[in-house]
Design a protein around this ligand. Structure first.
Ligand code: NAP
Length: 268
């Protein structure tokens, strides 16, 4: 049970990259932490470093989230349901690749969906009812700019992140008035192990398009504190997102109709 007024943040994929920076910056803001990933050694080393630096309580919960049936994930879900000190879930664990469909291993694509989509959904379903019952809590879902640009990398990765953004937007609407918030973060290319793990070393990217994970997380957390629902730290001209969203929402009243659109009339 936390003594911190901020409560406890559970961060998935906290052993490296963006998740490790969330851990560091949330500890600096006074959150106690529960760190989840597979690599216990890296989690333990980070927990020790953050405890020494911030005096916050930092626990580790090693788990393979791509295996929904694994006992470890049951433990993560149980914590989300039962630990009343939790105020924040950061669904950050994810994997990606740049391989086109014809060169992809289908089993690896299914593991990607299990981690990026299924685990994120499962953990959200564990956390949200408890947050709503307490009238307090938030979820940060780490999506990607490929949710807006699925042509850029592998299609299953882009599709998985489109799910994360759409799911978060739906949560934002459903949770209005409950005291619980959801934010989607859409990083552009960020300097982490993600690229090497996905088979495209960072050195192959133009350094001008690559952000540091520390900057990314600092901006996303500033947006979180400012209640910005969709955070896109690399997008310089925010009006482009606003125009895109306004145009998407403006279609809504025409997306269902008993009548075929007039352009089909000549065909009948
Ligand atoms: P990363 O350094 O590779 O971090 C991924 C994290 O997820 C690691 O902590 C890893 O830890 C954990 N993870 C991987 N598979 C897991 C599993 N089966 N179960 C539990 N944890 C697992 O990459 P990152 O860039 O920080 O990625 C974080 C998030 O940002 C991902 O969702 C990614 O899609 C998103 N993102 C990244 C970029 C980018 O350019 N880097 C851009 C847009 C979005 P273990 O190996 O210890 O399990």
């Amino acid at each position: 049970m936390t003594r911190s007024p901020q409560g406890t943040a559970l961060i998935t994929g906290a052993s490296s990259g963006i998740g490790a920076h969330y851990a560091e910056q949330l500890a600096q803001r006074g959150y106690d932490l529960i760190l989840v990933a597979r690599d216990r050694q890296r989690l333990d080393a980070l927990a020790q470093r953050l405890t020494d630096a911030t005096r916050q309580s930092v626990q580790v919960l090693p788990a393979d989230l791509a295996d929904p049936a694994a006992l470890a994930e049951v433990e993560v879900e149980r914590t989300l349901r039962e630990d009343a000190s939790l105020t924040l879930l950061v669904n950050n664990a994810g994997m990606g690749t740049h391989t086109p469909l014809l060169q992809s291993d289908p089993a690896q694509m299914l593991r990607m969906i299990a981690l990026n989509v299924t685990a994120l959904t499962q953990l959200t379903y564990a956390a949200v009812p408890a947050f709503v019952a307490r009238g307090r809590g938030a979820i940060i879902n780490v999506s990607s700019i490929v949710s807006l640009a699925p042509e850029l990398l592998n299609g299953v990765y882009g599709g998985s992140k489109a799910y994360v953004t759409a799911f978060t937007q739906s949560l934002q609407r459903e949770l209005a008035g409950t005291g619980v918030r959801a934010q989607a973060v859409l990083p552009g290319a960020t300097a982490t192990d993600f690229w090497a793990r996905g088979g495209l070393p960072l050195a192959h990217l133009d350094p001008e398009i690559v952000m540091s994970p520390a900057d990314l997380v600092a901006a996303a957390l500033a947006d979180f504190e400012g209640e910005v629902a969709i955070s896109i730290p690399s997008l310089h001209d925010l009006s482009r997102w606003e125009t895109y969203e306004a145009s998407r929402l403006a279609m809504a009243d025409q997306l269902s109709s008993r009548q075929l659109a007039p352009r089909y009339h000549t065909a009948h």
